[in-house]
Design a protein around this ligand. Structure first.
Ligand code: FEO
Length: 400
């Protein structure tokens, strides 16, 4: 039994799968579910690293007991306090009243605030150490990846990094949890969608954490979500490095709203011309159909972004405006932006999207295109000009 949970040394996987929840954080769809990962170190001194959503406590406790039976756990290390991981702290404390909670200065206020749990604690600072016997743990503070209290725990014996949300992804662990024993194909796009939506605002803190951890001899990454990475560490770190730099590939996301198809016709015209100009990666999203989490994922993937909106009540189409807010919230950087829109009697959407262009600091490419009521040869020509300007701007990067 224990062989099925063992990662390295005396470290076991004791996480759970959530195939019930529809929306993570109440917002982000989970078509493949999500795992809440926790790790049990069954050493001379026993330690648990993070917990799981409280709804899964019974399953969680059963997994712990299958490994250590009725023996006590000495330490509960809390790398991150978001309730998908901290949710079982109170129940663990009830089950193991003498357990010593390990966290940093910021952690304990949250534990008391969320769960009313106090008691013996080990408050760690940057670089502090905990010797469990075989495993020797060192703590690194990594604030805002993705809350202020977040830290990471590194096992210096076997090179295992307990990374909190960092390097996480959506998707349950179906059968196996080690990347070496499962087909990981489905996790990569879900990693980008997870990053873009959950961690996306915190590019700088992620970069600082990567710099801090860069010299460590990491042989396994144990995130709080998704597979345990042992064979694809470089690829996982590469994904997080690229996304946190806001680096993106050549390609264009066209996100538009359309009530009766006229704005969509403009979007199709722009897309066709982009393709004619040699842009191969074009992703079109009707904002009324695509969930924003997928649009944001693609915006993190591609450098070009063209947004279209009809004028609605003298404003931007509400679904487009909601998307623009989400982009600004994440402080996405370095995108080339094109704008287009339509109106029936008075144009407002394109003008108002100009305010988004300023706030986002994106490089405005080409002239915004505005259509009154329906397509005309002149509007078509302007839309194609916008597409040609975007294609030229993207292709100019090829030469660098
Ligand atoms: Fe998976 Fe920030 O919690």
């Amino acid at each position: 039994m224990n062989e099925r949970t063992l990662i390295k040394g005396k470290i076991h996987y004791v996480g759970v799968n959530d195939r019930q929840k529809h929306l993570f954080e109440g917002m982000w769809p989970l078509p493949y579910g999500v795992s809440y990962n926790s790790y049990l170190i069954d050493d001379d001194i026993t330690a648990l690293v993070d917990t799981v959503d409280a709804a899964y406590f019974e399953t969680y406790l059963r997994k712990i007991r299958a490994i250590i039976g009725t023996r006590p756990i000495q330490y509960l290390i809390i790398n991150h306090m978001e309730p998908d991981h901290s949710g079982s702290i109170r129940l663990i404390k009830q089950e193991y009243p003498d357990i010593v909670i390990v966290g940093n200065r910021q952690t304990f206020g949250m534990i008391e605030g969320f769960y009313g749990v106090t008691g013996e604690r080990y408050e760690v600072k940057e670089g502090d150490f905990l010797d469990l016997g075989h495993h020797k743990l060192r703590f690194y503070l990594t604030p805002m990846v993705h809350w202020p209290e977040t830290m990471m725990t590194f096992d210096e014996t076997d090179g295992v990094l307990f990374a909190g949300d960092a390097f996480g992804c959506f998707g349950t662990l179906d059968g196996g949890f080690l990347d070496a024993r499962i087909n990981t194909d489905r996790y990569w796009e879900e990693m980008t969608r997870y990053y873009a939506n959950i961690v996306g605002k915190y590019g700088n803190p992620v970069q600082k954490a990567l710099a801090k951890l860069g010299g460590l001899p990491i042989r396994a990454i144990c995130s709080t979500h998704g597979p345990v990475w042992t064979e694809e560490i470089a690829r996982v770190v590469g994904v997080y490095d690229r996304l946190s730099r806001y680096e993106a590939a050549e390609g264009v996301v066209i996100a538009y709203g359309s009530m009766y198809g006229h704005t969509e016709q403009l979007a199709e015209t722009i897309a066709a011309e982009l393709s004619a100009q040699g842009i191969r990666d074009i992703v079109m999203h009707n904002v009324s159909k695509s969930h924003p989490s997928y649009i944001l994922k693609d915006i993190f993937n591609y450098r070009g972004l063209i947004i279209g909106s009809p004028t609605y009540c003298n404003h931007i189409y509400p679904e487009v405006e909601a998307l623009l807010e989400k982009i600004l919230l994440r402080e996405v950087k370095g995108r080339y932006l094109g704008l287009f829109g339509s109106f029936t009697w008075a144009g407002a959407a394109v003008k108002r999207m100009g305010e988004f262009a300023e706030k986002s600091k994106f490089e405005l490419v080409g002239d915004p295109v505005e259509m009154k009521q329906a397509m005309t040869p002149l509007v078509q020509e302007r839309a194609e000009q916008l597409a040609r300007a975007m294609a030229a701007r993207l292709k100019s990067d090829r030469r660098q």
